[in-house]
Write a protein that binds this ligand. Structure first.
Ligand code: FAD
Ligand code: GLY
Length: 371
């Protein structure tokens, strides 16, 4: 029987992880990337795998999807390393989510209450125990949730390894295409690059991140995916022993194995502009020493920004189109696309294999829900 051929539009973490899962199942894959793989939101990300720290409200399908992906990550990252022959940082650092006021303690307790129902080993830490865990933490911090099961990856290198793994497993990767236009999709998908080359396949996976909203006219659907810029910076942390992901309601700090400390991130609206602004970086710099006082004496050596694919309801668009089930959407992962890669890749492969998503994910994520 002829192997199914899948076209993937977009070579960020989501397109690459979909490709990886499909290749493992023996399908043919072509990735069509208008620029370079991992060059957009993916390459800008802090790489936190931290659903407990990032999702503070009651658990919803987005949280449970994140949690499923976190559980898959240890094995998945080993597979990526094995298939690519490349290494990248994956550190099970644990995290501290810090608060400054007595009035915030109640919030921590209710947060930890529901997290424990989902298997979290988290605990509230204060005083000496907190100082032992993170000796350089500011004494303004009165307590923190310690989540030992959160981790982080070095996202740009993880994406490079994933790209290499896909290549070695037989994917065709067409990058620097400048533009890719969908010429037909109702029956056999046909995509056209700026140089006029056409690509056809049995299935199309839309994984074009913050640009996905530009496909509304093509599909005749409302696709409320829009770019939210994240401005972010990095410090040299030489001589400073920082051990965990540290976050508060104001932002986060992630100590990387290469000796840097990544400090993010703004959430601002700038269209498709990936520049940084003085104000955006100043907001990080004017806050972060309240977490780690030694930062008051240092300046970031690198600043950058990326465009998160946000959606109107905060959930990704993940699923088949009802009238064209060979078209799969996998976009709108907003702040958690790195974390969500393993679970999204498997979900796309399941959808193409004919298995659906579990009901609670299908009902929350189906791509036509805004139309
Ligand atoms: P992208 O990585 O943006 O990839 C989309 C790709 O599609 C791009 O390469 C683009 O060129 C291509 N494309 C667009 N249109 C077309 C077209 N017509 N044809 C062909 N190709 C096209 N997530 C986490 O899990 N943890 C974090 O700590 C984290 N930190 C972040 C920090 C910052 C500052 C930012 C900006 C994001 C962060 N994120 C984090 C979010 C994460 O980066 C995104 O959710 C994830 O990268 C989205 O992946 P993607 O593949 O959908 O999008
Ligand atoms: N998940 C971190 C960010 O999006 O900034």
């Amino acid at each position: 029987m002829k192997k199914k051929h899948v076209l993937i539009m977009g070579g960020g973490m989501i397109g690459l992880s979909a490709a990886f899962s499909l290749l493992k199942r023996g399908l043919d894959v072509t990735i069509l990337e208008k620029s370079i793989c991992g060059g957009q939101a993916t390459g800008a990300a802090a790489g936190m795998l931290a659903p407990f720290s990032e999702i503070s409200e009651d658990p919803d399908p987005f949280f449970t999807f994140c949690l499923e992906s976190l559980r898959r990550f240890p094995e998945w990252q080993k597979e990526v390393k094995r298939e690519s022959g490349m290494d990248f940082e994956y550190t099970e650092s644990g995290s501290l989510h810090a608060v400054y006021h007595e009035s915030d303690l109640l919030g921590l307790e209710s947060r930890i209450g529901w997290q424990k129902r989902f298997g979290s080993e988290a605990e509230i830490v204060e005083g000496d125990r907190l100082q032992q865990l993170e000796p350089l933490l500011s004494d303004e911090v009165i307590a923190a949730i310690y989540s030992p099961d959160e981790a982080h990856v070095y996202a740009p290198e993880c994406a490079q390894a994933l790209e290499e793994a896909c290549r070695k497993m037989g994917a065709v990767i067409e990058d620097r295409l400048e533009s890719v236009t969908i010429r037909s999709w109702l029956n056999e998908p046909v995509l056209e690059a700026a140089d006029g080359r056409r690509f056809s396949g049995d299935h199309l996976v839309v994984a074009s991140g913050a640009w996905s909203g530009q496909l509304e006219d093509t599909f005749g659907l409302r696709i409320p995916v829009f770019p939210i810029r994240g401005q972010i910076c990095a410090y040299d942390r030489e001589g400073a022993d920082v051990r965990h992901i540290i976050s508060s309601s104001q932002g986060y700090l992630v100590p990387k194995a290469n000796g840097t400390l990544v400090n993010g991130a703004s959430e601002d609206i700038s269209g498709f502009d990936t520049g940084v602004t003085e104000k955006g970086i100043a907001r990080l710099v004017n806050w972060n020493y309240r977490m780690l006082p030694f930062l008051k004496e240092r300046q970031p050596f690198h600043t950058w920004a990326g465009l998160r694919p946000a959606t109107q309801d905060g959930f990704p668009l993940l699923g088949r189109l009802a009238d064209a089930p060979h078209v799969i959407f996998a976009t709108g992962h907003y702040r958690n696309g790195i974390l969500l890669s393993p679970a999204t890749g498997e979900a796309v492969a399941d959808l193409i294999d004919g298995a659906g998503l579990e009901d609670h994910f299908r009902n929350a994520f189906f791509p036509e829900r805004f139309s």
